[in-house]
Ligand binder design. Structure first.
Ligand SMILES: [Zn+2]
Length: 235
């Protein structure tokens, strides 16, 4: 009776807080690493855009366009339109961070051109994952409001929907790691970066990969929390 607050506080909420902290730490690290290597110019003098064009040409990919996209860290490869979009901070910059990110996006274009299996699996999971993340919370909330057998069904469906979104994040990991490995390999073999410069690019891409790992870990923690809550209600 001395600490009534403790009784109303749901302890599984700590899992959500842990997830948020992991994500915040990863994105802070990403931002500081990126800004650090944004100030180091690559000796080749190639901009992110020029490096991307050179890498695609060397990889024998001639049907992918390189375009500019607004925003910061919005760089991505769009497999549907075969366009590699580089953000303002990458497109015109000759920094190690910019060239590293451009090479990473080229890694995705190479995965697409070669029919890399995890990329295909990831692509086919997109509609399911979208449906899962839209339906998960409404289903879980309905399941928590109601009681009885129907509430259990809604909770289970909610857990299933949430799992689909988590699965998508997990499948994203090998795709991202592989794109970065391809990027480092081609930056080294093409001579776009020197050995000492590669260390900087590796750090930037490593920090970026960590944000994906943190995102997946935090989703797994949230899923675990929902499973615990559902389990407690069954008792
Ligand atoms: Zn990527």
């Amino acid at each position: 009776m001395m600490y009534p607050m403790y009784y109303s506080l749901d302890p599984t909420y700590l899992l959500v807080i842990a997830g948020v902290l992991i994500c915040l730490a990863a994105s802070a690290r990403m931002r500081s690493t990126f800004s650090r290597y944004s100030r180091v110019q690559s000796r080749s003098g190639l901009t992110g855009m020029q490096a991307a064009q050179e890498i695609l040409r060397r990889a024998g990919i001639y049907d992918v366009r390189v375009e500019r996209v607004a925003g910061n860290l919005t760089d991505h490869y769009d497999p549907r339109s075969k366009v590699l979009r580089l953000s303002d901070s990458t497109y015109h910059s000759t920094s190690l961070a910019a060239v590293g990110v451009a090479a990473h996006e080229c890694g995705h274009a190479m995965q697409h051109a070669q029919g890399y299996a995890p990329l295909k699996i990831r692509g086919s999971l997109v509609p399911l994952a979208n449906m899962g993340s839209t339906l998960a919370w409404p289903l879980i909330i309905i399941g928590l409001i109601f009681t009885g057998r129907s509430s259990e069904m809604f909770l289970n469906l909610g857990i299933l929907a949430f799992s689909l979104a988590v699965l998508f994040q997990i499948v994203t990991l090998p795709v991202e790691f592989n794109a970065s490995n391809r990027a480092i390999r081609i930056l080294a073999s093409s001579g776009i970066m020197y050995e000492d410069e590669l260390k900087g690019a590796k750090k930037v891409l490593g920090a970026a990969a960590l944000t994906y790992v943190a995102g997946a870990a935090s989703s797994i923690l949230q899923l675990l929390r929902i499973i615990l809550i559902a389990g407690n209600r069954r008792r």
